[in-house]
Design a binder for this molecule. Structure first.
Ligand code: HEC
Length: 172
């Protein structure tokens, strides 16, 4: 039996206990971690978002070409939109918004964006043409992929989250 005087001092016990608590708190919940405690609903939601898909360079290149042909006249070649896009026009309709990180396009799930481009935004008196019949769904998806390629990591991550969650809602 050990005779070291400080072996079981209260401070040693406290230090060991604190180390155990710290170890238990730093491990972030993950589906692969073996744990006897079922993950809370919040942990399930946070864990279930897969990594942000990387940009499909081929689709983005096709989208860039289509954007220049069909969208740039209003939304500007550099995606910056109308400088006064936040102020309605004199007739009350909206001006073309930017599609770069400064706008709000990235706030919307990708399928909703595709639907807006094909079937209209539903904005009152919208002056944006519907592209149903001009572009097919894959072409519009390529344009959105091009926009995605121009956003920063944070906008892409946010957009992926809302896109993923919208898909999960649609599934049930
Ligand atoms: C004739 C001008 C015009 C053209 C061409 C045009 N837009 Fe728009 N767009 C607008 C205007 C004006 C708005 C704002 C009113 C509205 O939401 O309908 C808008 C809004 C949008 C929105 C919804 C707002 C947002 O940022 O989420 C999306 C998405 C969009 N445009 C994408 C496109 C894409 C992609 C193309 C090319 C295929 C395109 N637009 C071509 C004028 C245009």
């Amino acid at each position: 039996m050990s005779t070291a005087p400080n072996d079981r001092s209260p401070m040693t016990v406290l230090a060991v206990a604190m180390a155990l608590v710290a170890a238990a708190c730093t491990g972030s919940p993950s589906p692969t971690a073996s744990s006897t405690v079922a993950p809370s609903p919040i942990e399930q939601v946070l864990d279930a978002i897969p990594p942000v898909p990387s940009v499909d360079a081929e689709a983005a290149a096709e989208g860039e070409r289509l954007y220049a042909q069909f969208c740039a006249s209003c939304h500007k070649p550099d995606l910056s939109g109308d400088p006064d896009w936040k102020t309605p026009d004199d007739d009350g309709t909206f001006r073309p918004p930017p599609h770069d990180a400064s706008g709000h396009t990235w706030h919307h799930p990708v399928p909703q964006l595709v639907d807006i481009v094909l079937n209209g935004s539903g904005a009152p008196g919208s002056t944006m043409p519907r592209f149903d019949g001009t572009l097919d769904e894959a072409q519009v998806e390529a344009i959105i992929e091009f926009l995605r390629s121009r956003w920063g990591d944070e906008e892409r991550a946010f957009n992926w989250r809302v896109t993923f969650e919208a898909g999960r809602r649609d599934e049930g």
